[in-house]
Design a protein around this ligand. Structure first.
Ligand code: F0G
Length: 452
């Protein structure tokens, strides 16, 4: 039996992608004021900006789109969605939202007030922004192994449990909830072990504080547990996911990741009182509780996608294709967060461009160089995204689900290695103008040499 891990699907419908010339890309980047978010997607060849909402749906999901019931109240698609979510996540209340950040906004609006503290292994940017928007403080408590990008550890997404215990002891009454992000996106797409989640859960509950999962990539996290955590090799990913969620009191979810859908999300809780308040807010800003921020067809696509994300052949292929990218560039000397993450490879831009200081945005400089060299779009996770809270200067190459083939990835590897060979010629940038929240989306930038 051959050992090659293949894409466990065949392609039924294709979407052309377009090559551009270097001169065209230079013009696009200048027009975008050196911010890749502002470049039109048509001018991108391989788009690794995000794995969010960019996946390819299956025939079963498209079939679900056709049977979706668009009734305002009591849609037939609602129990299909609710039961699929409950089957995996197990929480009593399911609140559908248009995407993950809507679930976050509702959760933090209901649970937090000014002066509160919300710990997380590492907050994603929208999560941090939604915590701060209600006047609370977002505190990251990653495990010590997470600090060094080059150090390999099976569960680098873990939370520092001793630090959590200290924080909860010192801030009694000021921590309304603890969040645990699986996998830890901003920390390198690294998984959290069941042992760590159990310790976090016990610590939270000893202090009387509820634990919520940011469950965006729950299936990829379950796969890593199956591969790496002693005792779980024979467990099905769905059972591992269920065991993890059972440690919490609720979750937020972006169905644009492991929901395998192009839009959608949900908020879950076991707390009846909170659920009522959350539903009231849902009606105000998202929609009626049987559809939230979604069309009936989206509910159907997500109900199917959540289970497809837990398929073992799919997860084996998914992990193999991301690791393939990471291993090929890292073997050639490109510094990446080790080991490769579940949905993305993170290049250590500080080590890649040691001559560009954090204030000159090395991650943005590298992302722009990859675009100029090969039309590849990636995203900085560093000083532009997090300002002073940035712990590292990273460039994330996020792999959309079921979209690119191995030759696409080979092209990406080749482009990165070309840029690596000429890295000394890459200069930094400065910020011309930026918004107070989530500034990386809209910031206007300029190369440093033309600053004066
Ligand atoms: N939490 C995590 C860990 C995320 O990665 C994201 C989105 C969200 C919450 C918010 O979900 O986009 O549906 O509102 N991450 C995307 C990314 C945008 O590119 O990593 P959303």
């Amino acid at each position: 039996m051959p050992h090659t891990i293949i894409e466990p699907f065949r392609i039924k419908s294709i979407e052309p992608i377009r090559r551009t010339t270097r001169a065209e890309r230079e013009a696009h980047l200048r027009a975008a004021e050196w911010n890749l978010f502002q470049v039109p997607a048509d001018a991108v060849l391989i788009d690794l900006l995000t794995d969010s909402g960019t996946g390819a749906m299956s025939v079963q999901q498209w079939a679900g789109m056709m049977v979706g019931d668009e009734s305002y109240a009591g849609s037939r698609s609602w129990p299909v969605f609710r039961d699929a979510v409950r089957d995996i996540f197990g929480y009593g209340h399911v609140i559908p939202t248009h995407q993950g950040r809507a679930a976050e906004r509702i959760l933090f609006s209901v649970m937090c007030k000014a002066g509160d503290i919300v710990p997380n292994n590492t907050h994603f940017d929208t999560t941090r922004a939604n915590v701060e928007f209600v006047g609370a403080r977002a505190v990251d408590l990653p495990c010590v192994e997470a600090a060094d990008p080059a150090v390999s550890h099976p569960f680098k997404g873990n939370m520092d449990v001793a630090a959590l215990d200290r924080l909860l002891s010192e801030n009694r009454g000021r921590v309304p909830l603890v969040m645990l992000t699986v996998t830890n996106n901003s920390g390198g797409g690294q998984p959290v072990s069941l042992a760590n989640a159990t310790a976090v859960s016990e610590t939270c509950h000893r202090h009387g504080v509820p634990l919520y999962f940011d469950a965006c990539r729950f299936a990829e996290n379950a796969w890593f547990i199956k591969q790496r955590e002693p005792g779980y090799a024979d467990h099905a990913p769905i059972d591992i996911a269920r065991a993890m969620m059972a440690l919490g009191d609720g979750c937020t979810m972006s169905a644009k990741k492991d929901g395998m859908a192009n839009i959608g999300g949900f908020l879950c809780t076991n707390d009846d009182v909170l659920a009522r308040q959350e539903e009231n807010l849902l009606i105000l800003t998202e929609g009626y509780p049987t559809y939230g921020g979604l069309a009936g067809r989206d509910l159907e696509a997500i109900a199917v996608g959540l289970h497809e994300a837990l398929d073992e052949d799919y997860l084996a292929y998914r992990a193999a294709s991301v690791a393939y990218l990471g291993d090929h560039i890292s073997r050639a000397g490109v510094p990446i967060i080790q080991p490769p993450g579940g949905h993305a490879i993170y290049i250590d831009a500080k080590a890649f461009l040691p001559h560009v200081p954090p204030s000159a945005l090395p991650g943005v400089a590298l992302a722009n160089a990859l675009y100029l060299a090969g039309g590849i779009r990636s995203v900085e996770i560093g000083t532009l995204m997090f300002a002073d809270a940035a712990r590292m200067e990273l460039v994330r190459l996020a792999v959309p689900r079921r979209v690119y083939t191995q030759s696409h990835i080979d092209y990406v590897v080749e482009t990165i290695l070309e840029v690596f060979a000429e890295r000394e010629a890459i200069g930094g940038l400065r910020i011309v103008e930026a918004a107070p929240f989530l500034r990386h989306f809209t910031a206007r930038l300029a190369p440093l040499e033309t600053a004066r």
